[in-house]
Design a protein around this ligand. Structure first.
Ligand SMILES: Nc1ncnc2c1ncn2[C@@H]1O[C@H](COP(=O)(O)OP(=O)(O)OP(=O)(O)O)[C@@H](O)[C@H]1O
Ligand SMILES: Nc1nc2c(ncn2[C@@H]2O[C@H](COP(=O)(O)O)[C@@H](O)[C@H]2O)c(=O)[nH]1
Length: 200
């Protein structure tokens, strides 16, 4: 399964994803994104992101090495294709945490992926979360809030919307989504097997 989590900056995607991955039965592999943004204090290359130059990122795009990418508030962000392919081929599930334009590129290339939009209770709360996080200056926070308005309109293109009021509620909802999507996949598979047997 490929699961894609999107939502405006500051809604709590990273917080919810970490809480989900802390659950003992979560066996998704997190795809580390590539970005041209500068690392924040405490962020590590190869853990939080692969931090690269604009030239390196554009070279990767040219060489077809990105599953998806987008320019977001003056920086590139994208998903390296090789890791996702290798992990899915080995039978493991992959989790992407990406913004909406990139998610729609994944939708076009991987129609079976599951798309979840994480939404804030309201825009004031979103702004408070970004201010309290303290990682961006006010002008960047305002640019991200402006972007959030158009991103929230994209929610209708997702399979599921989850409100991040409390982290544990959002984690519980995403766990329910994953469980029901797994059931859907396992119910369909035996039918395929029967069809293929009849082909001999
Ligand atoms: N349910 C919640 N209630 C209150 N605060 C929250 C909640 N979820 C996350 N936060 C806080 O909001 C801030 C933003 O969260 P986080 O960094 O996880 O957002 P994000 O969506 O991953 O942002 P970005 O897309 O910019 O990486 C953090 O300070 C986090 O502790
Ligand atoms: N399209 C993609 N968007 C991504 C990817 N990795 C992260 N993001 C999104 O970018 C914004 C800003 O992130 P920040 O770390 O600077 O706060 C946020 O919405 C992320 O989800 C990616 O690989 N592709």
């Amino acid at each position: 399964m490929l699961i894609v989590l999107s939502g405006p900056s500051g809604v709590g995607k990273g917080t919810v994803r970490k809480a989900l991955f802390d659950e003992p039965d979560t066996d998704f592999q997190y795809s580390i994104s590539m970005t041209t943004r500068q690392p924040r204090e405490g962020e590590k290359d190869g853990v939080d992101y692969f931090f690269v130059s604009k030239e390196q990122f554009e070279e990767n795009i040219k060489n077809g090495e990105m599953l998806e990418y987008a320019k977001y508030v003056d920086n590139y962000y994208g998903t390296p294709l090789n890791y996702v392919n290798k992990t899915l081929d080995s039978g493991k599930d992959v989790f992407l945490e990406i913004e909406v334009n990139g998610a729609m590129q994944v939708r076009a290339n991987c129609p079976d992926a599951v798309f979840v939009f994480l939404t804030p209770p309201d825009l004031m709360e979103l702004k408070h979360r970004l201010i309290n996080r303290g990682t961006e200056e006010l002008d960047v926070i305002n640019a991200r809030i402006k972007k959030a308005v158009s991103e929230i309109k994209m929610m209708r293109n997702y399979d599921y919307a989850v409100v991040n009021d409390e982290v544990e509620n959002a984690v519980a909802s995403i766990r329910t989504i994953i469980r029901s999507e797994r059931l859907r996949v396992t119910r369909v598979m035996p039918d395929y097997e029967q069809m293929l047997e009849g082909d001999d």
